[in-house]
Design a protein around this ligand. Structure first.
Ligand SMILES: [Zn+2]
Length: 109
């Protein structure tokens, strides 16, 4: 079931989208343009910026602007970059002990 997210500043439901094949979902407030990512679930748990709601808040649909195509595209690219950096970091931490051992082996006793 897809959850609904409400912007705590504006009190409206945030528009949502995700890239094809990606588990990451983005939420954007149509009024203040704040954009959040499902990868950082603690933001929703604390409720400072946004909160998950069970039943959608009733707001006239015509008054809610959609996230722009550029915003959606930007956050897809940003999500891809975040996944890439996370993979690099994970690969780097796996390689780091080997590098430390190799460096230590070159230091004369
Ligand atoms: Zn807002």
């Amino acid at each position: 079931m897809e959850s609904h997210v409400e912007c705590t500043q504006c009190g409206v439901l945030m528009t949502t989208w995700c890239a094809d094949g990606s588990p990451t979902r983005y939420y954007q407030c149509p009024f203040c343009k704040r954009t959040l990512c499902s990868a950082y679930d603690e933001v929703f748990q604390r409720g400072a910026l946004a909160r998950r709601v069970v039943a959608p808040v009733r707001v006239p649909a015509a008054s809610i602007p959609e996230a722009s195509r550029e915003d959606k595209r930007w956050h897809e690219v940003k999500g891809r970059a975040n996944r890439w950096f996370a993979r690099l970091e994970a690969e780097g931490s796996r390689c780091a002990p080997a590098v430390a051992v190799a460096v230590a082996a070159r230091v004369p006793a």
